[in-house]
Design a binder for this molecule. Structure first.
Ligand code: ADP
Length: 640
């Protein structure tokens, strides 16, 4: 896992080309247009409005000053003043209105982006979810969103695309306003050099140099500060894990107190905080250095521009009004340039976060989904067979299953036993097509399961996993796995799973929320109760195959015995696969498969397997029998 994280970090930190970054930003523009078509026009109008406003003042001030100096009548001057006020107010109000509208649209874009990402994770193949690289990617994305506010709306919003456009519009307006200055002649006889094209060419070169320098500096600054920010995210992740999940949650509170781990945690937190502060200092220092450099270039260019305008005015090329217009336009030009470079750098800074988003959106399905429908059969006559199946987890060197061949006989109850890590759960994962075999094939009624429609194939299984999950929704919805709950059926299943006594104590019955995440009236259920609910959910689904992976591990002996007694009744004539460590609990199954190192080493009834002297089953049985023999009478219930 740690290795995977490093691999990913290194790939992300490798130098990215400008073309690649621009491509990523362009994709963000296209995606935004698709998710929220109002966003880009609003940004463009907003930027245009903000950029145009200062030029209104500039244009009219030059005309007003020229009018005043040439002694124009009040009737000429007053309308100019009114136009200035009116247009400035108009642009100001329009800007405010657009900004409000943008806020709403940005919020909508943000939730649509999250929805899109959630939809990917809800639908992606389980194999992707279990993949550490994808887990890491999901965390990177979430942390980018939560801690840095990185999202599409931000990547294209107030810090990047809008000021970028505003800067670009400002540069264009300023260029239009200042253009005549470059062609203004003046008194060539008195000032042959100043009145000639030389100063204009030099000025144009200075502007060009500052454009390239500003862009280069912002890009370098962005690369450095991004690397630091990414480092901070990693530290934050550890910090959040300890503070957000371990310290404040009662589940970890017991160990923390009993093993006196306060010191361990305290030191971890202060180390994380120190690293965060160091990185933050470096990041702000780095930003300040590059911003200072950019501001220095902008100030130098402004100084040069004023000099240029003043010298041109000295040659008598234009009057006082135009000095105001030209000087103002050049100042706006340098501001526009700084804004543009800053926004460009901010936009590029978002690329790594955008890449996380794209990597999620581009997640490919791992499993092939066939087109054959799964035949609906009332007699549950579905035969599943493993043909020389071998399986290796992605990235693993060891085989989890090796050359496994077996048939699940219709209506029979198969128990799967074996030591930890012998491949029992992996066998279930392959059976339920959470993974496909690396070698060999699994067939349903003689046809490779990959050829069936994936959803329909999954529909034939009711599974209670060892690490089953219940959700903070009402009890009934947990059982029905849906908001539409068939209440009598849900109650019957809960009853069959042994939950009816507890159900009677719940004032809201099936409407009782589980856990307190969403509702303070939610109930905390014990591990055993949760397991019963999970069994009820499997019964409610009423699928032809029932798979129970260590279904009673958290149950007390009496509840466990109760479940066994009723197992036959609960499962009925459906085919059942039952994984258990407690061999005594498997005796009621018709057929037992003993797993060892990914293979089936024994198969048969309890009596047959036990009669095979020196076999693994016999060893496991004797080990457990010995263990229980030295324990209390109550434990002997397992051996009955
Ligand atoms: P059992 O259920 O019998 O305890 P499992 O099927 O869980 O055994 O595991 C079989 C082997 O596969 C073990 O060596 C285990 O370490 C490995 N394994 C299980 N899950 C994964 C996984 N997600 N990625 C890599 N290896 C895994």
């Amino acid at each position: 896992m740690a290795e995977q994280t490093n691999v990913q970090t290194n790939t992300k930190q490798k130098k990215r080309s400008l073309q690649h970054d621009l491509h990523a930003l362009w994709r963000a523009v296209k995606l935004t247009q698709k998710l929220e078509p109002k966003m880009l026009p609003l940004l463009a109008c907003s930027a245009l409005c903000e950029a145009a406003n200062p030029f209104v003042g500039l244009y009219f001030s030059a005309r007003i000053v020229d009018g005043l100096l040439s002694g124009a009548a009040a009737e000429t001057i007053v309308p100019l003043i009114l136009w200035t006020l009116g247009l400035t107010l108009f642009f100001h109000l329009l800007g405010k209105g657009l900004s409000r509208a943008r806020e709403v649209v940005e919020e909508r874009l943000y939730s649509r982006e999250l929805h899109l990402v959630d939809a990917v994770f809800l639908k992606t193949d389980y194999e992707n979810l279990e993949n550490p690289r994808i887990q890491n990617l999901a965390r990177d994305y979430r942390e980018g969103v939560n801690m840095r506010g990185a999202n599409l709306a931000y990547a294209l919003g107030d810090d990047s695309l809008r000021p970028l456009l505003q800067g670009a519009f400002t540069i264009v307006f300023a260029a239009v306003f200042a253009l005549p200055l470059f062609f203004a002649g003046g008194d060539a006889a008195a000032h042959p050099f100043l009145a000639g094209p030389g100063p204009a060419i030099l000025m144009a070169l200075a502007i060009l140099c500052s454009v390239f320098l500003s862009l280069f500096i912002s890009r370098r600054g962005m690369q450095k500060s991004w690397a630091l920010a990414r480092g901070m995210l990693r530290v934050n992740r550890n910090f959040q894990y300890v503070v957000g999940r371990l310290i404040t949650q009662y589940q970890s509170g017991k160990e923390l107190r009993l093993y006196r781990e306060q010191g361990l945690f305290g030191r971890f937190i202060s180390r994380a905080l120190n690293t965060c502060t160091d990185l933050l200092k470096k990041e702000t220092g780095c930003e300040a250095r590059y911003e200072g450099l950019a501001a220095g270039i902008s100030a130098l260019l402004s100084g040069l521009s004023y000099l240029f305008v003043a010298l041109k005015a000295l040659t008598g090329a234009f009057g006082a009004g135009m000095v105001i217009q030209y000087a103002g336009a050049i100042t706006r030009f340098t501001t526009g340039l700084t804004d543009f470079a800053g926004a460009f750098s901010n936009a590029l800074e978002q690329v790594p976060y955008l890449e996380d988003l794209y990597a999620i959106l581009d997640l490919k399905p791992v499993l092939y989904s066939g087109t054959l429908p799964v035949e609906k059969r009332d007699d549950n006559d579905y035969v599943i067979e493993f043909h020389h199946v071998s399986f290796r987890y992605p990235g693993a060197s060891e085989w989890a299953l090796r050359d496994l061949s077996m048939q699940l006989k219709v209506g029979k109850h198969l128990a799967v036993v074996g030591r930890n890590g012998s491949g029992k759960t992996t066998f279930i994962k392959l059976l339920c097509r959470l993974y496909d075999p690396t070698e060999g094939e699994i067939t349903l009624n003689g046809i490779d399961i990959r050829k069936y429609r994936y959803e329909e194939y999954l529909a034939i299984f009711s599974v209670v996993f060892q690490d089953f999950a219940l959700f903070s929704f009402p009890l009934g919805q947990n059982v029905a796995a849906s908001t539409a709950v068939d209440e009598p059926r849900a109650k019957k299943c809960l009853d069959e799973a042994g939950f009816s006594d507890r159900l009677r104590t719940l004032p809201k019955g099936l409407a009782t929320p589980l856990y307190k995440n969403f509702d303070p009236d939610g109930v905390e259920v014990s591990g055993g109760e949760a397991q019963k609910i999970a069994i009820a959910r499997a019964l409610y689904k009423n699928a032809p195959f029932v798979v129970l992976d260590e279904p009673t591990a958290a149950l007390d002996p009496l509840s466990e015995a109760e479940i066994y007694e009723r197992f036959g009744e609960m499962v009925g004539d459906r085919t059942a696969v039952y994984i258990s460590h407690r061999l005594s609990s498997c005796r009621f199954c018709d057929d037992i498969a003993v797993f060892d190192r990914g293979q089936i080493v024994q198969r048969g009834s309890h009596e047959t397997l036990l009669s095979q002297k020196g076999s693994l089953y016999e060893k496991l049985w004797n080990a457990q029998a010995q263990y229980y023999a030295t324990h209390s009478k109550e434990d002997e219930i397992y051996l009955q």
